[in-house]
Design a protein around this ligand. Structure first.
Ligand code: COA
Length: 308
């Protein structure tokens, strides 16, 4: 049996920081409204999905002490590919200077968790080290004059190097879910901009996160007291708080970075994970609950035991 462990991590965000006060210059909104309703204080905007992905991947490779030649395959979670054809992953592969398979996963904001599960499957059937990246430039598909959505989005990328280990490895349990009958809640048509039914997404998000996280815990034979850190998708701090409370996970065991990055879709979980790692919040043997939800709707959870 071959399992996985994460050996390197890195992020990239555009240089341009846009605060809520900057937003309020062009939109009828305020720092107070945005912080109270979403928890967001600022976001980074700009760049391309491939450019940010390359930068994050290079940081992750350096942290793993791996060269591009040592990586077998690349999986890129994104809902904002640079073009429809080709996928963005091959551009990233070329940019990094590696070989092997390279493909995009579009599961919206659940993309990174879908990706981790996919990578575990690749490794189980024989792959060597895999680069898993979540990268987004949501600002490119957002009407920045629409206050309902412009204040939420951010751009950025996070990457991890996932390597095989003998034995079961770190992925203790996982589930992936989708319900296409809810596609009208969050969508972007060809050539259009993002539409979101914020209230309905909010309601559904809390419910599905709780349901899938509880299932993942049950499948791993763990209770909320065994979860060292919840690393959730960063869409709204109130969604994170409501879900954590219902799951019985205290706030000091959740990771929140939405204040600095906004909602970066597939990039939000690796941005949060990186933050927890660089701040020394993850220790050997810790059980991490990764959980995401987004357009589709899609949702997914995984419990990952950190093995340094
Ligand atoms: N600044 C000021 N006022 C705003 C505003 C803004 N940026 N955006 C909307 N408003 C106004 C609305 O026009 C409305 O005014 P009205 O009552 O006069 O009509 C009022 O604020 C309330 O709007 P509403 O949409 O009901 O707010 P809300 O409390 O639901 O918060 C979201 C809006 C988007 C922050 C919230 O619904 C949310 O976060 N939803 C989940 C989104 C999500 O998770 N998306 C990602 C999925 S991956």
């Amino acid at each position: 049996m071959r399992g996985i462990r994460i050996t390197g991590w890195g992020i990239a965000v555009p240089d341009k920081v846009v605060t809520n006060d900057d937003m309020a210059v062009r939109l009828d909104t305020s720092d107070e409204w945005i912080v109270e309703r979403t928890g967001i204080r600022e976001r980074h905007l700009g760049g391309t999905t491939s450019g940010l992905a390359i930068e994050a991947a290079q940081a992750a490779l350096a942290s793993a002490g791996r060269t591009p030649e040592e990586i077998d395959h690349l999986v890129l979670a994104t809902t904002t590919p640079d073009s429809i054809v080709p996928g963005t992953a091959p551009t990233v592969q070329h940019g990094i200077g590696m070989r092997g398979g390279a493909f995009d996963i579009n599961a919206a904001c659940s993309g990174f968790v879908y990706g981790l599960i996919t990578v575990a499957g690749l490794i189980a059937v024989g792959s060597g080290p895999v680069l898993l990246i979540g990268s987004e430039t949501l600002s490119r598909i957002t009407d920045m004059d629409d206050r309902k959505i412009a204040i939420i989005v951010g751009d950025g990328a996070g990457a991890v190097v996932v390597e095989p280990v003998d034995g079961p490895g770190g992925l203790l349990s996982w589930n992936m879910n989708a319900d296409g009958s809810l596609k009208h809640l969050l969508k972007c048509e060809h050539g259009g901009t993002l539409f979101m039914d914020g209230k309905e997404v909010f309601r559904k998000a809390v419910r599905v996160v709780v349901e899938s996280a509880e299932r993942a815990m049950a499948d791993a034979g763990l209770g909320p007291e065994d979860i060292s850190l919840m690393v959730p998708h960063q869409a709204n701090v109130r969604i994170i708080q409501a879900a954590a409370q219902r799951l019985g996970i205290p706030e000091d065991r959740t990771v929140v970075v939405i204040d600095r990055y906004g909602n970066t879709s597939s990039a939000s979980i690796p941005l949060a994970l990186n933050d927890a790692l660089v701040n020394g919040r993850v220790h050997d043997g810790d059980n991490l609950l990764l959980t995401g939800f987004g357009g589709g709707m899609t949702w997914a959870s995984a419990i990952f035991r950190w093995n340094a």
